[in-house]
Design a protein around this ligand. Structure first.
Ligand SMILES: [Zn+2]
Length: 259
């Protein structure tokens, strides 16, 4: 069995989707003019932006445009972000300001704007996506209970601006595609649950089901690696993390004051 979560496997996934006649849209394009049988590729750059550049180059070879969300300061590498923009991709902000400000909305919106402006100096940012921070009790999406995306020139947030009754959501959180079983914040309310654990399962799912509706795929480039040592390192680290998250999720369900 081939190793999963390598760029080779990612390339195989993209070529499968191409062969099944999917179109590809960035988040902003989808929000403005949604197509029907379409893949929206979303990438949260949590660490290692060089991996994002690698993924962006692979997509570019297929003529695919996708969306990359960067954390500040963690993955705010101007040179890399510019290169990804030049490959035709959308750039957005992967925000966690409310968690960073420990629930202080006023502080959070100030840093949100400051960070967004840093990215706007590179790309006319129109969408932002929350970074989950599983161990913080603050969900940064709550910023939008007090403030409005429009007031910052934004048209959407993938967790909040998409109707997941119409869109299939698939994420590689936990280095598996059925991670909704372990994920704390990276999940959506949707009637569709794709039963695929590995990328090879996911490829088979598309070949068999070939859904004629929008599919949002959230792939974290940092989880994908061709280097054997790093791959095993990530594998063991992820295994330990999944166990911790499962335990933590149980705790959350027990303690409603945290949710
Ligand atoms: Zn993230």
């Amino acid at each position: 069995m081939a190793r999963d979560f390598t760029f080779k496997t990612y390339t195989l996934l993209l070529s499968t989707l191409r062969n099944l006649d999917y179109e590809f849209q960035t988040l902003e394009d989808f929000l403005l003019k949604p197509k029907k049988k379409v893949i929206i590729l979303r990438h949260d750059s949590d660490i290692w932006p060089l991996n994002d550049l690698k993924m962006a180059s692979i997509e570019n070879r297929f003529g695919i445009k996708s969306t990359y969300y960067f954390r500040i300061p963690w993955t705010f590498n101007i040179e890399i972000i510019k290169k990804i923009k030049d490959l035709g991709h959308e750039i957005g902000y992967h925000y966690e300001d409310l968690a960073e400000a420990k629930g202080n909305f006023k502080k959070a919106i100030v840093t949100f704007k400051r960070n967004l402006d840093k990215l706007k100096a590179i790309y006319p940012v129109q969408t932002v996506a929350m970074h989950g921070r599983p161990l913080s009790k603050w969900d940064s999406r709550r910023l939008w209970e007090k403030y409005k995306l429009e007031d910052f020139g934004l048209i959407g947030e993938p967790y909040l601006s998409i109707n997941y009754n119409e869109v299939i959501y698939i994420t590689d959180t936990g280095s598996r595609w059925d991670g909704y079983k372990v994920s704390i914040r990276d999940s959506v309310n949707s009637p569709y649950q794709v039963d695929a654990r590995s990328t090879f399962d996911l490829i088979n799912y598309f070949k068999e089901m070939n859904p004629s509706k929008p599919v949002l795929i959230n792939a974290h480039a940092a989880r994908w690696n061709d280097n054997l040592f790093l791959w095993w390192y990530r594998f063991f680290l992820q295994h330990a993390k999944n166990i911790t998250k499962k335990y933590y999720k149980k705790l959350i369900h027990k303690n409603h004051s945290i949710t």
